[in-house]
Write a protein that binds this ligand. Structure first.
Ligand code: NAP
Length: 522
């Protein structure tokens, strides 16, 4: 017991969420430590370094909103790549000092709650033990990578890499490479490596309804003006829109527009690029099949125009009959993706026996994997994985019944990937900090969601999910159907950031309604 390290709050993960928690919990005068499995800061941006990896939220929205952190930082591009994102985290550390409170290369394997003292006991993979009153899980939605059970993969003679485990040894230059998977990761990788490999074979199961990124270089003088005139407005706006961007969904029904009006409208969204055509467009594309068909038809026409002399490719990449509705699997942003397939050294499916190197862009045990890979046991001693195998149940997408003083950020049943990461992260993180301050002010030693509140909230998430077209995609991590064995269900709160914020704030303003609290004895 004497070797146990004690603090007020233990945070797991040093990406955007973990760092936001650390900076702001320190301001309450609490002792806080981050346990991080990686060797440096950045979370997903530390681990994901495959060729072409970059963010698909537009800046300035994809960063901390604290002026101390944006005033002296200028991005080079609207959608920065992983190297620049890593530099940003180093800059944040130089600005406010993060690393002195991070224990790197420390993977948390278990977390056990002790009801008699209201403390969490955490163990790392090398056997160190930590104890804290609060546990903040900032493990992200894509921290546990997924390798499908491919027959023959173990006897494949060439190299095999998963994009989530990229290293300097993964040199693809001049090789015959196969890529399995055309999700956001596959798209970025494929468009980047096509010009440098001898031959690229892409194994596509489902086409990706990728949207044009329209990358832009940032002019520092123009950005300075934007900082002075608009940054605070943009950051405030992030919490007013469905997806935490500065632009919003449009409640006008698709079919209420004339065909001409609709085309002009779509063209405008398309030219703006990014996710304007998805979460900056007619909202009924998410729940009205006729509206969705219109959006798909426009997308298909735009893609087909880019590969005009290749009818076979057109059909594979943008089929006449969509395999699923538009936008119900997460679209991604591309830069030259569709044209890549017209190169002589690129084939959509080819003879795998000639491959020298196989890259698995097959995704992650998304949303829940980061949390369930830790053996977390609460008041009843049952692991959260065991409970969530039956279906994820949470309260407010940030806490779960029987796991007191444990919160997570940007995880199950929060708006996570329906929103710009830092928007939901800051909102949830601020809520947790306020909650802990309230507990300190009111001599509360533990707080835990009630089963009733959890049931009601989770049903709300299910109802919202069922109201839209999400389940029409056969394999989608939104619906937990990308990894065999997971219970199919909508894993995220799909009602938008403002509705989510209101539910969280309503609970807080009503004395943390939906939670049971335990007070310190006098
Ligand atoms: P993903 O979206 O789950 O895509 C996995 C791909 O692997 C899909 O094309 C899938 O095909 C394929 N696949 C999986 N199992 C397979 C099997 N057994 N046989 C054949 N194909 C199989 O994973 P991801 O691309 O890594 O992206 C995950 C999420 O991470 C994204 O949606 C996004 O939220 C985030 N991300 C963000 C960025 C960014 O910000 N720029 C970049 C990368 C990732 P099916 O479609 O047929 O299932």
């Amino acid at each position: 017991m004497s070797d146990t390290q004690e603090c007020d709050v233990l945070i797991v993960g040093s990406g955007f969420a973990g760092i936001h928690q650390l900076i702001n919990l320190r301001k309450l005068g609490l002792t806080v430590k981050i346990l991080e499995s990686g060797g440096d800061l950045g979370g997903t941006w530390y681990h994901n370094t495959y060729p072409g990896c970059r963010v698909d939220s537009i800046n300035p929205v994809y960063q901390f909103s604290d002026p101390e952190l944006w005033r002296d930082w200028t991005w080079s591009e609207r959608y920065p790549g992983w190297k620049e994102l890593q530099e940003y985290f180093q800059y944040v550390d130089r600005k406010v000092g993060i690393k002195q409170d991070v224990l790197f290369n420390s993977r948390v394997v278990s977390a056990v709650w002790d009801d008699s003292v209201d403390r969490w006991m955490l163990t790392t993979d090398d056997g160190r033990v930590f104890r804290a009153q609060f546990l903040s899980l900032c493990t992200g939605i894509g921290s546990k990578h997924y390798v499908p059970d491919f027959k023959g993969l173990d006897t494949f003679k060439g190299q095999v890499h998963h994009t989530a485990k990229w290293s300097a040894d993964c040199d693809l230059q001049g090789k015959k490479v196969g890529v399995i998977g055309t999700g956001a990761t596959g798209v970025q990788l494929i468009q980047e490596i096509a010009p440098i490999v001898e031959h690229l074979t892409v194994f596509q199961r489902t086409p990706n309804y990728a949207l044009p990124m329209r990358q832009q270089k940032i002019n520092p003088e123009e950005d300075e003006k934007l900082k002075n005139d608009l940054y605070p407005v943009i950051f405030a706006r992030r919490h007013q829109t469905f997806s935490g961007m500065y632009y919003d969904i449009d409640m006008k029904p698709t079919m209420s527009a004339t065909p001409e009006e609709r085309i002009i409208y779509y063209e405008d969204k398309w030219e703006k690029g990014g996710f304007h055509f998805w979460v900056g467009s007619y909202a009924d594309l998410f729940f009205n099949q006729e509206a969705n068909d219109e959006a798909y038809a426009f997308w298909r026409k735009k893609v087909r125009e880019r590969i005009p002399d290749h009818p076979e490719l057109q059909e594979k990449l943008a089929p006449m009959n969509p395999p699923h509705p538009f936008g119900v699997k997460r679209p991604c942003l591309e830069q030259r993706y569709f044209e890549v397939y017209t190169r002589p050294n690129v084939t959509l499916r080819w003879d795998p026996s000639t491959l020298r190197c196989l890259v698995l862009a097959t995704g992650y045990d998304m949303v829940t994997g980061g949390i369930t890979s830790i053996d977390i046991r609460g008041q009843d001693g049952v692991s959260i994985k065991e409970k969530w195998d039956e279906g994820v149940r949470t309260y407010l997408g940030l806490a779960s019944a029987t796991y007191p003083n444990m919160f997570w950020i940007y995880g199950p049943q929060s708006p996570c990937s329906f929103s710009n990461g830092p928007s939901t992260i800051e909102l949830t993180s601020d809520w947790i900090i306020k909650c802990i301050r309230y507990m300190k002010d009111n001599r509360i030693s533990s707080i835990v969601p009630t089963e009733e509140a959890q049931k009601a909230y989770s049903e709300q998430v299910d109802i919202l999910g069922a109201a839209a077209l999400w389940s029409k995609a056969q394999t989608s991590w939104y619906m937990a159907s990308n990894v065999p064995g997971k219970k199919p269900q909508m894993l995220q709160f799909s009602g938008g950031v403002p509705a989510y914020a209101k539910l969280c704030n309503d609970s807080a303003e009503n004395g943390y309604a939906g939670f049971d609290v335990k007070r310190f004895s006098a």
